[in-house]
Design a protein around this ligand. Sequence first.
Ligand code: MLT
Length: 222
Amino acid sequence: MGAQTHHGEIEGYTYAYQPTRDPAPRLALLLLHGTGGNEWDLIPMGEELVAGAPLVSPRGRVNENGMARFFRRFGEGKFDEADIDTRVEELSRFVAVARERHGLAHIPMVAVGYSNGANMAAAMMLMRPGLMQGAILFRATMPYAPREFPTTTDGGPVLVASGRVDAYAPPERVQELVDTLGDQGRPVEYEITGPTHGLTSRDMELALRWLNRHFGGTRPSM
Ligand code: MLT
């Protein structure tokens, strides 16, 4: 982990920030951890995905029996959609302030989420289509019941990487997410990258290749 990683708070979110080592960074990453994780979890993944990129990594504000999450749920797979809407607004404000504070307002920012963090990133892409310039969703499911989502002409691309058998992300719900993101007018790539909810080396390979194709200047494709 980078020696200069900062720790701070914005809009009630505790977050880790790792500044760029690149004088002209092409891309910043917003890292969103899974249930029970924290702001440090995905920093190594961010470093591997885009060497030297600025990394912004908040800790989810919802406390579920001591585990941090990005939105409330009533039970497994039963999401509190009113709370998701509130958290989308809250996290959008966090992103705007963090970008200003760290001089990242004028470079593209891609969300990278795992599990609950991927569901949060999916909700942000669906409800605030222009906020992030792209998203990598590891083991996400459709966070909402059907509703009208805003369309976009400049919406960033999304990569969805799923498990073949994943109790947290059943295939038909993942397909619904992929279709809905596509219906918004954005390029969506979808691949089954592992047997279950855990990440595999294929997830990283795919994400590196996808980043290279859409944002260039990252590591060579594999
Ligand atoms: C969620 O609640 O967001 C998903 O079920 C994944 C998880 O358990 O974090």
